[in-house]
Ligand binder design. Structure first.
Ligand SMILES: [Zn+2]
Length: 469
């Protein structure tokens, strides 16, 4: 399925002023004004966990192309997603709002991103950019869920990277305008598959890291339950993993990464060398993936294997600003910081208030790194400086000292040392949540769009991917 449609006229966010007052996040820098506005190519790699990529320390050569790109990039070493859900994280990326504040909801009381929310694409569209999106989660990253706001071209499909990138190339080739563009490309290739191997890989990389069928590796051609359903079955306890099978699942996932890396690498090399050498490139993910580190598969929880994602910001191959020297950046940042940062980078007027931070003054060397700010994880967690509060689905609150325990192995919730931080974080999470719900209510009270309805096929597709509704 592929749809392309024009965005409806953008409704003015009548609540802008009121929302500005509600939002605590202070805006970062003064407006940056430059004469030539750069184009932006944004690639969002669904389900891509940072530490499986070579540039973030993976042992296997899963990402030679991205590793090479990182040599030219500002690489953020501590980038986090605010959720493990495709819709929630992308809506946060687009709006700079925490998920409870933008209020988009993929399940339960389903809700679209409201029109009153201001998006990154709307920022660019208002500044005269051509804005195009190519997404591959046709259910959630869709006009039905309000994710098209600001894009004048929106292509939603379930296609794999080679097909999608061909259409992206065609869009770039067909452009005649001299205007700058904001191009958003979302690729779903490494997400668990519906059938067969839980993590599919094309022929080009299948078998590169995985074992042939035997004692550890299954023959997925004949397994009665495969794909995401297999992982869910293990999660729920009615299927069992074989000894060594977690490593095999990781090997499958890594083969998918390697194949995606080749597609992305070829495309972004073209962008840098020929198609748009003056464009900035941004590569991130919406969430990672877990492999039973804390007992679960897929991306149900909010442990660091879900939250830690890559972010590469690659200066234009031609006429890059002098400050944009390739380097690693250690300070914690998040998907919510992207909107204000890209708006500033492009020299647009300062973005309207949101929860993100403009990182540009730091990147330009005009200020120190951004101060840590409380980072709520829906209603199930909060990160404040070194402390992380998290509640796994159906479990009790856990507390970790990330400075000394980055893999969240030593739960301090029931210890004397953890007593005070636990109480503080719980109180802060409740306070933030109440504040965010006020914002969501204000945004959604202006809503004219009915709740999205998923047709039977879409519903079936979501369930097959491992999303229970
Ligand atoms: Zn996702």
């Amino acid at each position: 399925m592929s749809v392309s449609r024009s965005a409806p006229p953008r409704r003015r966010a009548r609540l802008a002023c009121a929302l500005g007052a509600l939002l605590l996040a202070a805006c970062g820098a003064e407006p940056q004004r430059t004469v030539v506005r750069p184009s932006i190519v944004y690639v969002s790699l669904d389900t891509t966990r940072a530490d499986r990529l070579g540039l973030y320390g993976a042992e296997r050569p899963t990402s030679p192309q991205l590793d090479a790109l990182a040599e030219h990039a500002l690489v953020f070493d501590a980038m986090r997603a605010p959720s493990g859900n495709t819709l929630l994280s992308h809506a946060s990326l687009f709006t700079g709002l925490f998920p409870r504040a933008h209020g988009a909801r993929p399940a339960g009381k389903v809700a679209a991103l409201p029109d009153a929310a201001r998006t990154l694409a709307e920022d660019f569209a208002e500044a005269g950019y051509d804005c195009a999106a190519f997404t591959t989660h046709a259910e959630w990253l869709s006009p039905a869920f309000g994710m098209h706001q600001g894009f004048d071209h929106f292509d939603a499909s379930r296609d794999a990277a080679p097909q999608v990138l061909q259409r992206v190339r065609a869009w770039l080739d067909a452009r005649e305008s001299e205007r700058p563009f904001f191009l958003f490309v979302h690729l779903f290739d490494v997400h668990s598959d519906q059938h067969g191997r839980p993590y599919a890989a094309p022929e080009s990389t299948a078998g590169r890291f995985t074992q042939p069928p035997g004692e550890v590796a299954r023959d997925w051609e004949v397994e009665p339950v495969g794909g995401s359903l297999f992982l869910r079955g293990v999660h729920r306890g009615y299927l069992e993993l074989r000894p060594g099978e977690v490593d095999e699942l990781l090997a499958q996932y890594d083969e998918g990464l390697l194949a995606l890396d080749a597609e992305i690498g070829a495309f972004l090399t073209e962008v840098r060398n020929e198609r748009a050498p003056r464009a900035w490139i941004s590569v991130s993910a919406d969430h990672g993936e877990e492999f039973f580190e804390h007992g679960s598969p897929l991306h149900y929880s909010l442990y660091e294997e879900i939250l830690r994602i890559p972010w590469l910001l690659v200066p234009p191959a031609r006429a890059a600003p002098a400050w944009a020297t390739p380097r690693r950046l250690a300070a914690p940042v998040s998907l919510l910081d992207v909107r204000r940062t890209l708006v500033a980078l492009a020299g647009l007027p300062r973005a309207s208030a949101d929860h993100g931070r403009d990182l540009l003054p730091w990147l330009r060397g005009e200020r120190g790194p951004p101060k840590p700010t409380p980072f709520p994880l829906l209603t199930a967690g909060l990160i404040m400086e070194n402390w992380k509060l998290v509640r796994p689905p159906g479990g009790a609150w856990e507390l970790y000292d990330l400075a000394h325990d980055p893999h969240e192995l030593n739960d301090l919730a029931a210890t004397e040392r953890g007593r005070e931080p636990l109480a503080n974080l719980l109180a802060e999470l409740q306070r933030l949540d109440e504040e965010h719900v006020v914002i969501a209510n204000a945004l959604h009270s202006q809503e004219v769009r009915a709740s999205p309805e998923l047709d039977a096929e879409a519903q079936q597709h979501l369930e097959a991917l491992g999303y229970t509704r």
